[in-house]
Design a binder for this molecule. Structure first.
Ligand code: SF4
Length: 240
């Protein structure tokens, strides 16, 4: 490790998602007409989220040797993975974790208990989008930090990757937690490697030439992947 974990200041208002993003996560196509009832449910979910979220973030810059140990984890990764190919080409790496805090889970459970299923589903999707937006803010924070100290050459790009995706086994969370200690911001790791609070995101931010983040669907995990989230991310790289 090259430094101590740093707390990243996060404001919920900076991370609240658009209606399009929240509806897209629930399978509503972009541009689809939305009924007044759905619009009201979205507004209610966002108000609830803004009221109960207590976002927190943690970042730890690591060198390649330190990340190699985190990535190897319990030895359960696929033979080849995107992150396994990418991180050796990185100029900088940082472990990160973000969370919306415990009250969001409580509110979600309360909505279900009250039988407000539509609101619960909207809140769940909105919270997932918001957690992802928080991760993106931390990603940009790391890029800015590198830029400010002159360590972000032109053409380099920060992008995050998480255990549990694309062949990086979810058990990798254990070593990530050992190194980063997200318990400092209230995130616990369960026996099945799920995080509590559930609306949390962890992983590694990889900084390097934009080309290293562009890869084909050539990995063992791609054969059974239905989401193909990598394509959207790669598309975004081109439009930045
Ligand atoms: S197709 Fe799926 S498994 Fe393969 S790199 Fe893309 S997101 Fe990952």
């Amino acid at each position: 490790m090259t430094c101590a974990p740093r707390h990243i200041p996060l404001q919920i208002d900076d991370a609240l998602p658009s209606r399009d993003d929240v509806l897209a996560l629930q399978g509503v196509p972009l541009g689809h007409a939305v009924s007044p009832a759905i619009a009201r449910t979205f507004d209610a979910a966002i108000r609830l989220l803004a009221d109960c979220a207590t976002p927190r973030g943690l970042l730890l810059e690591v060198d390649q040797a330190a990340f190699e140990s985190v990535y190897r984890g319990a030895g359960r990764n696929a033979d080849r993975t995107p992150i396994g190919d990418i991180y050796p080409q990185a100029g900088a790496l940082a472990l990160f974790a973000v969370t919306l805090g415990p009250r969001v889970t409580t509110e979600l459970n309360d909505c279900f208990k009250r039988g407000e299923v539509a609101l619960a589903a909207m809140l769940d999707a909105a919270a997932s989008c918001t957690a992802d937006n928080l991760a993106e803010i931390v990603e940009q924070h790391f890029a800015t930090l590198l830029r400010d100290r002159g360590d972000l050459p032109p053409g380099q790009r920060a992008l995050r990757y998480s255990p549990g995706y694309c062949g990086w086994d979810i058990s990798g969370q254990r070593r990530l937690f050992d190194a980063l200690q997200p318990e400092r911001i209230g995130i616990q790791l369960g026996d099945t490697f799920l995080m509590d609070p559930l609306k949390s995101v962890s992983g590694v931010i990889v900084v390097g030439p934009v080309e290293i983040h562009r890869f084909g669907m050539v990995y063992p995990a791609c054969r059974v992947c239905t989401e193909r989230g990598c394509r959207t991310r790669i598309q975004r790289l081109s439009s930045d």
